[in-house]
Design a protein around this ligand. Structure first.
Ligand code: ADP
Length: 191
């Protein structure tokens, strides 16, 4: 079973590309952001816990995120592999994920990082905000906060996996199809 992390800053196109990748490679998509939004829509206790953090553009505490992820992984049966999108976002999350996978003699096979500039990110997220219905996509100060969180807490996750020799960097600027082709070139190498 393959475990692939799609990595990159908020707005780098992970969600869009993950949708296309799961279709082509028959994988299961886990987006912690989507899981949180579903919990919020259901007004669950977990959703209520996550909501305040998300609205402010700061990371949900690791223990909340990890509890949710563990439940999700335990509920999956007969999947070929998983694409993680928006997870892990801290070193502690990466360590916990590795630990969970190692228990089943599995590991992260690849981390693919989408490389996008800061200006492009703000532009894309503001554009997405017009249709996504996400409050955290409409306010530039919240977008900047999410980028700060990425720089201070998430970007080091790349180096963590680089030490394990599983990282790949892909140009994340261009059309959706061009970026998808760049990703497929990496996917076909690790398949
Ligand atoms: P984006 O990549 O555009 O920021 P996401 O849907 O991935 O969108 O995340 C939205 C918000 O959900 C984040 O700002 C954060 O508050 C919360 N979140 C999502 N995934 C995680 C995670 N792995 N750890 C902590 N918080 C998370």
């Amino acid at each position: 079973m393959k475990h692939i992390i799609l990595f990159g800053p908020p707005g780098s196109g992970k969600g869009t590309q993950a949708q296309k990748l799961i279709e082509k490679y028959r994988l299961y998509h886990i987006s912690t952001g989507d899981l949180f939004r579903a919990e919020i829509a259901a007004s669950s206790p977990l959703g209520l816990q996550a909501q305040d953090f998300m609205n402010k553009g700061i990371l949900v505490p690791d223990e909340v995120t990890l509890g949710m992820l563990r439940n999700k992984l335990n509920s999956l049966k007969d999947v070929n592999g998983i694409i993680y999108d928006g997870f892990p976002r801290t070193i502690a999350q990466a360590e916990a994920l590795d630990h969970m996978l190692n228990e089943n003699n599995e590991c992260i096979n690849a981390l693919i990082s989408l490389e996008v500039t800061d200006d492009e990110i703000v532009h894309r997220i503001m554009l997405r905000g017009q249709t996504s219905g996400r409050a955290d996509d409409l306010d530039e100060s919240i977008i900047r906060k999410r980028m700060d969180e990425y720089r201070s807490k998430t970007s080091s996750v790349f180096n963590y996996y680089k030490q394990m020799n599983v990282t790949h960097q892909v140009k994340g600027i261009g059309t959706v199809e061009e970026i998808f082709d760049n990703l497929c070139a990496v996917m076909d190498r690790i398949a």
